[in-house]
Design a protein around this ligand. Structure first.
Ligand SMILES: Cc1ncc(COP(=O)(O)O)c(C=O)c1O
Length: 382
């Protein structure tokens, strides 16, 4: 079996992730930040060490400014709902995931003004178009760091500069880059960074989070028990407790910590280089097949490890079915939760076939995948 669906969720996970989760379940199991006994302290240590590892990955000085959430979607909702008020303006791009678009459309119905800046048909964004879209009421810019449909990398650092110059807040959806591409919140002027733990950070499902720069106040998404200031009926005003009500996913965070430590020990530059080489091989192979259209910029320097394509006159769902049934190659087909992105690249409503890599993908797997797609393309012509 060849797993080519890492942009949805990565698999396999490093053995250290499974080990960390098993260790917690077998030997610790207690709640963090609640009771004061030794197991609770151990659980709190695990959560804090995960915070520290994530802080190191994104060059965040204070690990307590990282709020853990159940996924990137929750982190994005917290950022957008917590920050925007009626009458505020927000700028986003035309290749966002529905985890950005749907909360924004809901906020639009409540009186927030949403401006969508068009990307090119390859999925790229011109920073000057963002500058042009700034209005007197604009408060926030929301961008995905890389598209989950074509893999195009957006100019986050350049837009960060524009945000700073215009006194705007920049929220980055790093679901497709966190762990796979270098992110430095300071150098890139990122004010809010939403990440997911279960993709290139190699943690389990149910993990993710939001970095909140000092000086940015958000309304919480939920209120409740935090284990701190128990004497108060009001929510604590300090981070991360203000946004982390309820028992945390400690087993998940144990795994996420191990996943991030795996990324740090491999080295983000090495991971990126490996994925670039694999992506190049995949692009070269696909571009050589007659009847195959590959979307995006076709330039690995500006693309993460995922490739979208279609075979002439074959529906993506049919290609995905054949890859799974006949070749045991697992991928994702359709709209990938990002209809706006498909309208931008011209593949709406049919969508694309998406192959997505991880650090564990091998060259042999890429070769076998190209071979299988070549056969499907050939038989479709008969
Ligand atoms: C660009 C992008 N944003 C947000 C998400 C949502 O991530 P999660 O499923 O962790 O909420 C995804 C997941 O596919 C994504 O690709």
């Amino acid at each position: 079996m060849i797993y080519m669906d890492n942009a949805a969720t990565s698999w396999p996970k490093p053995p250290s992730v499974i080990q960390a989760m098993t260790d917690y379940m077998k030997n610790i199991g207690a709640n963090s930040g609640r009771s004061g006994h030794r197991l609770a302290i151990e659980a709190g240590r695990i959560v804090y060490e995960t915070r520290e590892a994530v802080a190191e990955l994104f060059n965040i000085s204070d690990p307590l400014r990282i709020v853990f959430c159940s996924n990137a979607t929750e982190a994005l909702n917290l950022a957008m709902r917590g920050f925007l008020k009626v009458g505020d303006g927000v700028i986003t791009s035309s290749i966002e995931h529905n985890s950005v678009m749907r909360p924004l459309r809901a906020l639009e119905e409540e009186g927030v003004e949403v401006t969508v800046v068009n990307c090119s048909s390859e999925g790229f964004l011109e920073p000057t178009d963002v500058q042009t879209a700034v209005k007197p009421n604009t408060k926030l810019i929301v961008l995905n760091h890389a598209s989950n449909v074509v893999g195009s990398i957006l100019p986050v650092a350049e837009v960060g500069k524009i945000a700073r110059e215009n006194d705007l807040v920049l929220l980055v959806d790093a679901a497709q880059t966190a762990g796979a591409y270098p992110i430095d919140v300071k150098a890139m002027n990122i004010d809010l960074l939403a990440f997911t733990g279960h993709k290139a950070m190699y943690g389990p499902q149910g993990t993710g989070g939001l970095y909140i720069r000092e000086g940015i106040g958000l309304k919480p998404l939920k209120w409740g028990g935090t284990g701190s200031r128990s004497e108060e009926e009001r929510q604590p005003d300090f981070l991360p407790d203000k946004y982390e009500s309820g028992t945390m996913n400690i087993v998940g965070l144990a795994g996420l910590g191990a996943g991030v430590r795996f990324v740090l020990s491999e080295g983000i530059d090495k991971i990126r280089e490996n994925e670039k080489n694999l992506t190049q091989k995949l692009l070269d192979g696909l571009l050589n097949i007659e009847g195959v259209t590959v979307y995006g910029g076709l330039d690995v320097a500006r693309q993460v490890g995922l490739v979208s394509f279609n075979i002439e006159s074959v529906l993506p769902s049919e290609v995905g079915f054949q890859l799974d049934e006949e070749y045991e190659i697992l991928c994702r087909v359709g709209l990938h939760c990002a209809p706006a992105a498909h309208k931008t690249i011209g593949t709406f409503p049919i969508g694309t076939v998406r192959l997505s890599l991880s650090h564990f993908t091998t060259e042999k797997e890429i070769e076998e995948t190209i071979e299988a797609i070549t056969k499907i393309a050939l038989t479709s012509k008969l």
